[in-house]
Design a protein around this ligand. Sequence first.
Ligand code: BGC
Length: 475
Amino acid sequence: MSAGNPPKPLGCQVLAEIPPDYVPAVQRIEDMFTVTTDKLKQITEHFVSELEKGLSLEGGNIPMNVTWVMGFPTGNEHGKYFTLDMGGTNLRVCEVVLTDGRGKYEIVQAKYKMREELKSGTADQLWGFIADCLGEFLEERHLRHSPEKVPLAFTFSYPVTQPSIRNGILQRWTKDFNIDGVEGHDVVPQLEAALEQKNVPIKIIAIVNDTTGTLIASSYEDPLIQIGSIFSTGCNAAYMENCGSIPKIKDKNLPPDTPVAINTEYGAFDNERKVLPLTPFDGEIDRASPRPGQQTYEKMVAGLYLGELLRLVLIQLHDTNGLFKGQDISRLRQTHVVDSSFLATIEEDVSEAMGDIFNLFDRQLGIKPAPHELKIVRYMVELIGTRAARLYACGIAAICKKKNIESCHVGVDGSVFNKYSHFRERAAQALREILDWPPDLKDPVTLHSAEDGSGVGAALIAALAVERSDGSLLS
Ligand code: BGC
């Protein structure tokens, strides 16, 4: 281990406690998943240059999508806006009323379960389902037959090219979505056609990424926020860039000092595989995904893949070392049977007996681990969770370095960030190592649980867009 690296938390202890014939295999996995300070710094350096490249005319792996959200809210935004968030498991529809004063709003919301099949069905099925849910929501709000179209901001959290704030051409599906006929197309006319067909009186006035919504909603409450980030099924961040620093929009002749939100889409970082410490498990996850070769960074970090990583590691330990000897591991062999909340629960159980971990395995996988197996499992989870948090910090540190931000708040939303209790402190430790903060300095860049990006954030973005268009967006 090179100087300056944090001590391995459990490693030595675990290795001393497990049967000796497991030690080489466990150590091999430990080596694969340990990211040293030097490596973090090297990744961050490359990340900074890739962020720059994404803003250039030629472009690069990281899309750095210009969102046309120009600047932060002032607190004077007003009006009633509807918002729609198409997440992986739910559709969330909100009616948001922005009232007087910074950080003030009223919200009414409904959630609709998205069937798993929709993720790999047809575009018509997807848009038809969304139009039905929106129709139902308007019905409840007594607006189903409104003569005026209701303005809606659509949080669509996939990489899109935006010719304007109300257009979004899908670059590619991420998070294992795989719906034909949408990539390369503008999602706004597709959804509007379905709304038209079902006579749902809605006009889409803004396409919003979840990270941009998070950035705007968080800054509405906390002016120190400079980065909005999501750590959930996927992983990404947005920040404000000056138009003058974005060569690819030079032809728009915008005032160089005007800020515009950039949705980095940095889940695509290092698709060229130059610097990330990929393991054979990452390779397996990539090959099994609907878009191999894409979202390399996201696949090492985000919630959708953490359970898969653990599953593959445990299967390898079973096949090579006899972990869970004599047990039926057929359930463990099913893809996605383990999700990120499984890892969070395992890390919560720090007791000697590890009863919660035992019960989890018994209940969900039909496996009754022996005491030494519980120790190995918990250590594997710690390695996977720590690697994710440390790599996650590289993206945030890279934005800080690129923008010369020495101190700021980062608004972070997402189930993994909010529910995986060790994540925040591990990412904070990694930021400290990457950015070389002296030991006596309080963390200058801190991660905060974000405000509601796809509700109030999207509504604020709609209000800002309407204001900029002098109301023409509403007509
Ligand atoms: C998407 C981003 C999104 C992130 C978090 C990624 O897979 O490409 O647009 O912000 O997930 O939801």
